[in-house]
Design a protein around this ligand. Structure first.
Ligand code: FO1
Length: 314
């Protein structure tokens, strides 16, 4: 069985553990969001790619869901002693090694997809991890502040905790970006495509903004898992992102936002089981089940339900 998953950060990585547990023999290709990527201290940081790589490779900081386990912060503290910023984005010593090697390989002219493959040789995540594009795409946020500031997504997300409302969220560079090698094939050759409970705007939405990817996915059976339970995001601040694009923060709102031309099946939590017969989701197969990924067994059950629904719809 060939499964292709469009993935953001923490929620996607945890969901992927469930997919691996539910379908141990499946060939899984992950198309990772690179809109979160940022250059800090001259180093290219790819948060969503690293979160998938570290989580499935066993190196993730479990309590944070990002960055490395057993971290130390000598480099961060030394940089701070020099007054070198920014200090609001915490990079650990072990994590710095990933960014140093990635930056060195990129500077040698290797595309991000090749660099990602090289890093995964160490971590053996058990999936093929592809960036959505080898071209630079960065999510920028237009703030509803006095200056109408335009900031990098990470500054809005990490420094401002998305507390300043966003007037617009744009994937800068997406229009001219090409899907990375293997991305369109991974979608076309898959038995079905899964959307994990990632941020529908800045993670899944950004991947879909790369020309060609949305159409490729639309031609397949796509089953998604709601990142919103009972009107609130399970984790992160998807509500702030959804507000920025005028989408209601609900399981129904997100599925309607993806649309029936893209989405075929949708998993919602039992709290939202009214979605199963909401007219806004006509044409979608909606299933209600416990959706909190509280442990691996619960996550595997969710993944199994998504796989079962996808096979039923194919
Ligand atoms: N998220 C934070 O809230 N604070 C941080 O200091 C932080 C540092 C960081 C370093 C490396 C990395 O790969 C991710 C990091 N994140 C941090 C998470 C990052 O903001 C992700 O992009 C979001 O979690 C959205 O996926």
């Amino acid at each position: 069985m060939r499964i292709t998953v469009l993935a953001g950060g923490v929620g996607a990585a945890r969901f992927l553990r469930g997919v691996q547990a539910a379908a141990p023999g499946a060939q899984i290709t992950v198309i990772g969001n690179t809109g979160d990527d940022i250059t800090l201290f001259g180093l290219r940081v790819c948060p969503d790619l690293d979160t998938v790589m570290y989580t499935l490779g066993g190196g993730i900081s479990e309590e944070q869901g990002w960055g490395r386990a057993d971290e130390s912060f000598s480099i961060r503290d030394e940089l701070a002693a020099y007054g070198a910023g920014p200090s609001w984005f915490t990079l650990g010593d072990r994590d710095f090694a990933t960014h140093i090697l990635r930056t060195q390989l990129l500077a040698a002219g290797k595309p991000l997809s090749e660099v990602t493959r090289r890093l995964c040789e160490r971590w053996q995540p058990g999936v093929e991890l592809l960036p959505m594009s080898d071209d630079k795409v960065e999510t920028h946020v237009l703030l509803d502040d006095a200056e109408r500031s335009l900031v990098h997504f990470q500054e809005w997300w990490v420094r401002l905790h998305a507390a300043v409302p966003a007037l617009a969220i744009t994937a800068a560079g997406a229009q001219g970006a090409r899907p990375a090698p293997g991305v369109l094939e991974a979608i076309a050759d898959a038995d079905f495509v899964l959307f994990p409970p990632s941020n529908p705007v800045v993670s899944i939405g950004t991947i879909l903004s790369v020309p060609g990817i949305r159409d490729a996915a639309g031609a397949k059976t796509v089953v998604g898992v709601s990142p919103i339970i009972g009107g609130a995001p399970v984790r992160g601040m998807a509500d702030a992102c959804l507000a920025a694009i005028g989408v209601r923060t609900s399981a129904v709102g997100v599925a309607a936002h993806y649309g029936p031309d893209l989405l075929n099946g949708w998993l919602v939590d039992e709290q939202d089981k009214a979605a199963t017969d909401d007219p806004a989701l006509a044409g979608l197969q909606v299933r209600a089940l416990p959706l909190y990924m509280r442990d691996l067994a619960a996550t595997a059950a969710i993944a199994q339900a998504a796989i079962d629904l996808a096979r039923e719809l194919t």
